[in-house]
Ligand binder design. Structure first.
Ligand code: GLC
Length: 752
């Protein structure tokens, strides 16, 4: 095969592929390969099909219950011979051996027709989530609340570590959307409502995925998604229209993607939705002018599922699928996640043959795709291996997932230090107290598992964990009774404390998660109120993918633990926090709304609360737990805030320090969050913005100095609608803990 001649050359090039190469610079190996390819072969590289196009019909007929893949190799041969497909995607949790069979079969048959290996994309998005007995970490909604980027790194790195050998060389993560629409069915996939937290967690995850030391000799590509503005649908419904002004898009939604590009992310997946009337998949401004020309993204852009077809069928901006194909390619798409037909190949070929799309435009995309395949060493490491499967769910990996669960839950109420519990008789109930699926949510073993039977036998529910942890020290008898709603009052009389675990009791993903009311299930609210009526202390544990509203009870219960979706080891972590074995250290990475009629983020604008026409006192409190809030069993005091209060010019940095003392008798971890407020700005400024965060353990009675170097250009500037950075002289306020200080920037830079 003519391509065979190139392999030695490519092999050499692949060995040099460690240092990221600029794809807009000439790469002889890639150019030579490109020159040897037919138009059909090039278009094949731009085409990604779902695994369901390859499986035997018998599996397809009951795909919802697939637990083992058998490929129909005639289907595969036909697709590769006729369409030269360059990528496949997805699946469900099957055994590692089965995955090795799948990817080995695909790569082997592909070698009959091409020497360009297949890149296989998959949604292992919170651990090896599509792998039987893969280690499952908390979802991003939790990881963000840890305020510890090392957990984001470790979760991602462990995921790649467990799956790279299986031929999964492209992970569809991290999600870099801002957690804005609190009722959105994908809220739990976001790290935070704050752009800095999303940026830093996302960069850590990209580094974890693309960190080839863990997966050597394989490398894995990460995928920043979903570019751009997907997470703020106006109605809160998945893929419904977003209306985001250019200035806000640049100031709040773009930074995580910019950071991802600077961190070398190799691929980018696009938002299915529209922004201000333009579907992102058809937006030349966003996909080429902003992403390529302004931000210098070098990797390749993949559509989301079905999203070229959606330009016709959902958005109605194209007459038909062929026109949709034309629009998407002209906008800047490189690969189509079609995902179950080959129409894309047919239409794109026609568009080139008709002269509407140039072959040089096709070459641009194929060049990027080949470059990424080269960056991940795919030309030299094509085949999976199964001699290291003991990496999967190893004790070390479980320990990391457990630590992430422990450090990412937020104690948001603890009246009279009710928690930790010790020696009390516990009455345990609620919709999620005995459920595995409610600890993990969507994208776990299945797209949205419909029951606990998909979860590991050995996985504990909150009930299991409580019964193991809360036992009578002398008799060893369990101190936990399970609530029976028919006998609640009589049971409560025999208990010292009632623990209700509730939130969301089923898994959902994407549009399946669409709701029209963010309130907690009324039956659960009533149950909590019945418990309160007994007069016994009530502890509320919230396992949920988004902040379900509890205005009726949030100030009546004695303690609230936001557990989020803590993963397969979440129950043990919850029991260990409630029993005091673990000291909670999470803080809210999003504002937990109090009521449905006023859902805002912490970095809202001043005019949200008019100083001229103030709202009632009762409406001042928009969150039951504001961004940055979280209790510990330790007590931390902030003191000695040291900083200058005058910055003469933009180049000058401001060295700031604060002392945090653990005045309690128990060691604990504290995330120190640094905020800045720009008190006057030519574009209205957020009331405050996070500019830095750092989490450290502080021993009992000890103090620790935390330092932050404020860089005016980085921390005090903001973009205008065209992306011009404005740094305006004036008064600013720094806030850390309960301390704050005003300071002045003397000179402006940029702007008027
Ligand atoms: C889905 C999701 C995306 C996922 C992709 C492949 O529609 O939007 O996050 O990575 O398709 O499963």
């Amino acid at each position: 095969m003519r391509l065979l001649l190139l392999i030695p050359v490519l092999f050499l090039a692949a060995c040099q592929a460690d240092s990221p190469l600029r794809t807009d610079s000439f790469d002889p190996e890639i150019e030579a390969l490109l020159a040897s390819m037919t138009l059909e072969e090039k278009i094949g590289q731009m085409t990604q099909l779902n695994i369901t196009t390859l499986v035997q019909d018998s599996i397809l007929e009951d795909y919802g219950n697939v637990s083992h893949y058998v490929l129909d190799t005639s289907k595969l041969e036909q697709l590769l011979e006729a369409f030269h497909i360059g990528s496949f995607l997805n699946g469900r949790a099957v055994s590692p051996e089965n995955w090795v069979y799948v990817t080995e079969t695909i790569q082997s048959i592909n070698q009959k027709f091409s020497d360009i290996p297949i890149i296989y994309g998959i949604d292992h998005v919170h651990g090896a989530s599509y792998l039987k007995n893969g280690t499952i970490f908390p979802h991003n909604i939790n990881i963000g609340c840890s305020f510890d980027t090392s957990l984001a790194f470790q979760a991602a790195r462990t995921t790649a570590y467990e799956t790279a050998d299986l031929g999964h060389n492209w992970l569809f993560g991290p999600v870099l959307g801002l957690g804005k629409a609190k009722s959105w069915g994908r809220y739990y996939e976001t790290y935070s409502e704050d752009p800095l937290v999303v940026s830093r967690m996302g960069v850590a995850a990209i580094r974890g995925i693309q960190d080839s030391t863990a997966t050597s000799p394989y490398k894995t590509a990460a995928c920043a998604k979903h570019y751009l503005g997907y997470s703020d649908p106006k109605s809160g419904w998945d893929r419904s229209p977003a209306e985001i002004p250019d200035q806000a898009l640049r100031e709040f939604f773009l930074p995580p993607f910019k950071a991802a590009i600077e961190a070398g992310v190799l691929t980018m997946m696009i938002n299915s939705g529209e922004i201000n009337g333009i579907p992102v998949h058809a937006s030349y401004d966003l996909l080429t002018k902003m992403l390529r020309e302004e931000l210098g993204f070098e990797g390749f852009i993949v559509t989301d599922w079905l999203d070229i077809i959606a330009l016709d069928e959902m958005h109605g901006v194209a007459e038909n699928e062929k026109e949709a194909t034309y629009q998407a390619i002209q906008a800047g798409i490189d690969m189509s996640m079609v995902p179950v037909t080959t129409n894309f190949c047919v239409y794109l070929k026609e568009l080139v043959e008709e002269g509407r799309i140039s072959e040089s435009r096709i070459d641009e995309s194929v060049r990027r795709i080949l470059w990424v395949k080269k960056q991940i060493g795919l030309f030299e490491q094509v085949m999976p291996r199964k001699d290291r499967l003991d990496r999967i769910n190893s004790p070390e990996n479980i320990k990391l997932a457990s630590q992430a669960a422990e450090e990412s839950m937020v104690l948001i109420r603890n009246e009279n230090q009710l928690l930790p519990l010790s020696g009390q008789r516990i009455l345990l109930g609620g919709s999620t107290h005995d459920s595995k699926v409610s600890l993990c949510g969507g994208w776990t073993y299945r797209f949205a598992a419909d029951g606990d039977h998909w979860f590991p036998e050995k996985m504990l529910t909150i009930r299991d964990a409580f019964e193991a942890v809360f036992t009578d020290p002398t008799s060893g008898e369990s101190q936990v009774s399970i609530l029976n709603e028919n006998h609640l009052e009589s049971q409560a009389a025999q208990a010292d404390v009632i623990v209700i675990a509730t939130g969301e009791d089923h898994a959902y993903a994407e549009t399946q998660g669409t709701i029209d009311d963010l309130a907690l299930d009324p039956a659960q609210t009533q149950l909590i109120q019945r418990c309160l009526a007994t007069g016994k202390p009530v502890v509320l544990i919230l396992t949920e993918g988004r902040p379900r509203l509890i205005p009726e009870v949030e100030q009546e219960v004695d303690a609230i633990l936001f557990a989020g979706l803590p993963g397969v080891y979440g129950a043990e972590a919850i029991a260990d926090i409630v029993s005091g074995k673990v000291n909670p250290s999470g803080k809210m990475a999003f504002s937990y709304p109090k009521r449905s009629g006023h859902i805002i983020a912490y970095n809202h604008k001043k005019a949200e609360y008019s100083s001229i026409r103030p709202v009632s006192e009762a409406l001042q409190r928009y969150a039951i737990a504001p961004f940055g809030y979280g209790l510990s069993y330790s007590v931390f005091e902030y003191s000695d805030l040291k900083m200058d209060t005058l910055i003469r010019e933009a180049g000058e940095k401001l060295e700031i320090s604060v002392v945090v003392t653990n005045v309690s008798d128990r060691p604990g971890k504290e995330a120190v969050l640094w905020f800045v407020s720009d008190l006057v700005g030519s574009i209205t400024r957020p009331v405050k913005e996070l500019v830095h965060f750092e989490k450290q353990e502080i021993q009992a009675g000890a103090s620790r100095t935390f330092r932050f170097e404020l860089d005016p250009k980085r921390d005090l500037s903001f973009p205008d609608k065209d992306g011009k950075q404005l740094l305006e002289a004036g008064r600013f306020r720094l806030e850390v803990g309960n301390l704050h200080r005003e300071f002045i920037l003397e000179k402006s830079v940029g702007g008027q």
